[in-house]
Design a protein around this ligand. Sequence first.
Ligand SMILES: Nc1ncnc2c1ncn2[C@@H]1O[C@H](COP(=O)(O)OP(=O)(O)OP(=O)(O)O)[C@@H](O)[C@H]1O
Ligand SMILES: [Mg+2]
Length: 290
Amino acid sequence: MRSRVIALANQKGGVGKTTTAVNLAACLAGLSSRTLLIDIDPQANATSGLGFKKEHGRSVYGALLGTTSLPDLIQPTSIDGLDLIPSEIDLAGAEVDIARTENYLHRFQHALKPVLDEGRYEFIFVDCPPSLGMLTMNGLAAAHSMLVPLQCEYYALEGLSVINRLIAQLSDANANVDLELEGVVITMYDSRTNLAQQVVAEVRQHFGEKVYDTMIPRNIRLSEAPSHGQPIVMYDSGSTGAHAYRELASEFILRRGTADSTDAAEQRPADARTPVETASPQQPSPSGAA
Ligand SMILES: Nc1ncnc2c1ncn2[C@@H]1O[C@H](COP(=O)(O)OP(=O)(O)OP(=O)(O)O)[C@@H](O)[C@H]1O
Ligand SMILES: [Mg+2]
């Protein structure tokens, strides 16, 4: 199977990157999509959020420097179908070490190759730190797409143009000319405030269909779950947070299905298409997703 590598990135801290990485990954595994989560943030929040200790030598550090093989770092989690490569505080040192190596933007991509070749996973999520340093750049250089969690507040809007600029920069630096915007997830949504509604309206205007219909509400259970080392679907399966992430996972699968069939059609030479396919207008997807 062809794995899709999706980096969770937003240079703003605390917007829900890790919460989305852990819970979307867990919910996709629950929908029978084999998923690998790679924590490349030295804060190691995804690691502890899945109940793992930060252990020296277990992170991608060695793989980035070419001393360890990345597949050897994969560990099964307590969620069926979800595996993890944990992080550790020492990974912060990789920022400096990678910068001294050759092909410093593509160390992670290179390390990830055997996992892609093996094709065991449908989705590989990469939880990036909240900076645009070497680790995030490596994460984005290795990814097919970038998934951007956006917290519903005034300052979120300032980050919008930064995201598009970032994709352009990666392309200009020849780090990743094919990087796509997978989608924008609105997090910590509070429907009671006018501000939240305004922000959502502006985000949708700016990013159009790239914004998921599913919005993640502010939910205290979501913030409690990591200290128990559990994704929300294990910690409190009936909470609004669990419900939202399950819905996001379903929407994600639905949109990917539509995107994959479009990709496949585009990759086939025109004369290999049947007359019916070439003649028929594009079917609108049920959610209006592209
Ligand atoms: N929907 C939500 N409702 C309530 N709390 C949330 C929600 N999403 C995230 N949080 C909490 O907000 C904080 C920041 O979330 P998270 O760690 O996912 O953000 P992040 O973007 O990964 O942060 P960083 O940039 O530091 O890596 C955490 O304490 C998390 O538990
Ligand atoms: Mg995080």
